[in-house]
Design a protein around this ligand. Structure first.
Ligand SMILES: C[S@@+](CC[C@H](N)C(=O)[O-])C[C@H]1O[C@@H](n2cnc3c(N)ncnc32)[C@H](O)[C@@H]1O
Length: 233
């Protein structure tokens, strides 16, 4: 390679950093400092106070590379409730990014969390944002690992519907959570209501994060759950 040895992915991420994050770097530092102190409640307050107005950008602008949504405490509790109601031992989040959302769930509710990501080299590079949970790396072109059935399957602002379907197809557990936008101008795939009519999933309820961001909560149809359980005995 010549002088610039970054991959195109790294270059894209760096451009995103320069466009969005350089002005928000102090915000990111505040979140990291609070994370290191274990102060998840304060991170939620910071998120709630975050703004997108230009005059505030230097100190309080939200940093989208940390997390694509800004959940309130009620959103975190709703996620934890669904994991508990599905009798799951924890939450596995595919395409978790930094894992900030997942860390908030764990720190505020005690639910154990794990996260899957692609592109280990990029996450180890100096261009990557901080990581708030350990990440398990998967090969984007290989069949994804089966998320253990003891865990609830979650995604937040995932961007690859085909890949998500493969995670779902290999998942035998009882509960699924899809977070994303219902605004047609924003790209999330899957969208939160996409599995409402997909066998064997039933959309039990939704919870709004903002006017356009929504959490869709699903359970596997009871009949299928029972069959899977019987076959395992
Ligand atoms: C738009 S980002 C959302 C990140 C994070 N969930 C959030 O809300 O901030 C989508 C993430 O999915 C990851 N991703 C894409 N394909 C994936 C796959 N097959 N398995 C795991 N992660 C994947 C990307 O690397 C990216 O970090």
């Amino acid at each position: 390679m010549g002088g610039d040895e970054r991959t195109s992915g790294e270059q894209e991420k760096e451009e995103a950093d320069q466009g969005n994050i350089s002005e928000a770097v102090s915000f990111r530092e505040k979140v990291v400092a609070l994370y290191e102190k274990g102060d998840a409640s304060h991170v939620l307050h910071l998120m709630a106070a975050a703004t997108f107005t230009p005059e505030d950008r230097r100190t309080t602008a939200w940093d989208p590379l940390l997390l694509w949504v800004r959940p309130g405490r009620c959103c975190i509790e709703a996620i934890a409730d669904h994991v508990r109601e599905g009798r799951c031992g924890g939450l596995a989040s595919v395409g978790c990014g930094t894992g900030l959302l997942e860390w908030l769930v764990c720190a505020l509710t005690g639910i154990s969390v794990s996260g899957y990501e692609v592109n280990a080299a990029w996450w180890a590079s100096r261009y990557s944002p901080p990581r708030f949970i350990p990440l398990a790396f998967v090969e984007p072109d290989a069949p994804p690992p089966a998320v253990p059935p003891s865990l609830a399957l979650m995604c937040c602002y995932f961007n690859n519907g085909d890949a998500f379907r493969k995670y779902v197809d290999s998942y035998d557990g009882p509960a699924m959570i899809i977070i994303g936008s219902i605004d047609k101008n924003r790209h999330t795939d899957p969208r939160p209501l996409d599995y409402a009519h997909v066998h064997p999933w039933t959309l039990t309820h939704t919870h709004p994060i903002s006017d356009t961001d929504l959490i869709g909560f699903y359970v596997r149809d009871q009949l299928k759950q029972d069959v899977v359980r019987r076959l395992r005995m």
